[in-house]
Design a protein around this ligand. Structure first.
Ligand code: UD1
Ligand code: CA
Length: 451
């Protein structure tokens, strides 16, 4: 049986932030969410998150993870002290405890699986994930023999100059035989440079302890400051983009593109430069997104183009062209083969198939049928200052340029609205509505005649 503990109580002083370190965002997910994600191959019987600095915030941010237990570490006296807080919660627990630092967000699930397997096969008291780093500065150094049996762990700040030359580091990821660890936890002292209770000291008391080197050292990078956060983001982006290119997606100038790892892409999607795909976004085959676009939490069908536009919380049907310079936000649905063009904003609006909203429009809280043509500059006046109101537009209806549709209002099928109209009343099927002053021409009239 395996229980998991995630260390997430520290403030993260080096981030220079009010937000607890583990809540800082990395590619759309917080650090601690990513750590939880890395457990997908483990299936623990219990999962405990140790919280302290702004623990209520950390707890609230993890509402969507079922079955988590939160253990409070009121004062943050070190990683060993954090694990001491588990003693009353794991009194009769006989299994293994997998400990993860909340600030190590890039671990692959297979790596934790390997660590656990090695721990169990060798019947170790503890097994530590280690890595050989090109630049080990700041990490605890791990000394082990040729059979990977641990000799000692020394924190960077407690190392002699000679010890600092060792490039094998402690990843902050451990597997413990819990009853053995529970025995030594009360004996920890704090006689080190930081006067903290170190979990790494507990490891020094256990036997046998083995080290397992991670295959890709980038997985174990810990986030202590903003520079490391940026570096982790680069690593994550490279991973995600390499995977999509291998899966048949074209990325033009990949360095200028960002893709959250929650995004789904089909083969033969093309992502053009300076484009950002975020959240629960999916893009189907043959679509071309960008250049210069942001797509967030949206579903893009086949053969769609999105050019210099912002699309969020929207669903776009096959063959539709968006942009340049369109903004779709908040529950927008666009059917197939539509055109949503220059300087058009759609909000909480649904378009049928074969619609054109080509220039300079705002449609909010509107529902359109099929083959509708929205003339340049048509606007729904959907907000009376207090409430939003709906606009309905039937099939094959056309609005003239600069029409204002004052909601609530319904235009039937096959309606034509004359240019410049302010429509305040419903228009029945197959009608022409004109709602503007008739033009008056005063012939023979010149400015000079006024005096
Ligand atoms: C720790 C390890 C170090 C390792 C490195 C890997 C110790 C003593 N050192 O150092 O060997 O190389 O991680 O990234 O463990 N935390 C608490 N309560 C506390 C203190 C910390 O929950 O009282 C949490 C923090 O929120 C953080 C994690 O533990 O998520 C690690 O703490 P941090 O201070 O960053 O440890 P490092 O100095 O990086
Ligand atoms: Ca750290």
């Amino acid at each position: 049986m395996v229980a998991v503990a995630i260390l997430a109580a520290g403030r993260g002083t080096r981030m220079k932030s009010n937000l607890p370190k583990v809540l800082h965002s990395l590619g759309g997910q917080s650090l601690v969410e990513r750590v939880l994600g890395s457990l997908s191959a483990v299936e623990p019987s219990r999962c405990m998150v140790i919280v302290g600095y702004r623990g209520d915030l950390v707890q609230a941010s993890l509402r969507s993870f079922p079955g988590l237990e939160f253990v409070e570490q009121a004062k943050q006296l070190g990683t060993g002290h954090a694990i001491q807080q588990l003693l009353p919660h794991l009194q009769n627990f006989q299994g293994d405890l997998l400990v993860l630092n909340g600030d190590v967000p890039l671990l692959r699930p297979q790596t934790l699986e390997r660590l656990l397997r090695s721990h169990q096969q060798n019947q170790n008291a503890a097994t530590i994930l280690t890595a050989q780093l090109p630049n080990p500065q700041g990490y605890g150094r791990v000394f082990s023999d040729s059979r990977n049996l641990l000799q000692q762990i020394v924190e960077d700040r407690d190392c002699t100059d000679a010890q600092k030359q060792n490039r094998r580091i402690n990843a902050g990821v451990y597997c413990f035989r819990w009853p053995d660890l529970a025995d030594v936890l009360p004996q920890l002292g704090a006689s080190n440079d930081q006067q903290e209770y170190y979990l790494t000291d507990a490891v020094n008391y256990l036997n046998p302890v083995m080290t397992v080197d991670v295959e890709d050292y980038q997985e174990i990078l810990g986030i202590n400051d903003r520079k490391q956060l940026a570096a982790a983001n680069e690593i994550l982006q490279t991973r995600v983009k390499d995977d999509w290119m291998a899966a048949g997606v074209t990325l033009v100038s990949p360095d200028s593109i960002t893709i959250d790892d929650t995004v789904q892409l089909q083969p033969d999607v093309v992502i053009e430069p300076h484009t950002h795909l975020r959240g629960k976004t999916s893009v189907e085959s043959g679509s071309r997104i960008g250049p210069g676009s942001l797509v967030e939490d949206s579903q893009i069908g086949q053969d769609v183009t999105v050019l210099y536009s912002v699309v969020s919380e929207s669903a776009i049907g096959a063959g539709t062209r968006i942009g340049p310079y369109a903004h779709l936000r908040g529950h927008v649905q666009v059917g197939t083969a539509c055109r949503v063009g220059n300087f058009v904003e759609l909000k909480n609006t649904s378009l049928g198939n074969h619609n054109n909203v080509a220039h300079l429009s705002y449609l909010g809280d509107a529902t359109l049928g099929d083959q509708v043509n929205i003339g340049a500059g048509t606007i729904t006046a959907n907000y009376d200052g207090v409430r939003k109101h709906p606009t309905q537009i039937g099939d094959r209806t056309k609005t003239g340029s600069n029409s204002v549709l004052v909601a609530p209002v319904t235009l039937g099928n096959d309606v034509t609205i004359a240019a410049g109209s302010v429509i305040t009343e419903d228009v029945p099927d197959s009608s022409l509505a004109i709602a503007r002053n008739r033009q008056v021409n005063k012939t023979g009239w010149r400015l000079s005649q006024q005096d």
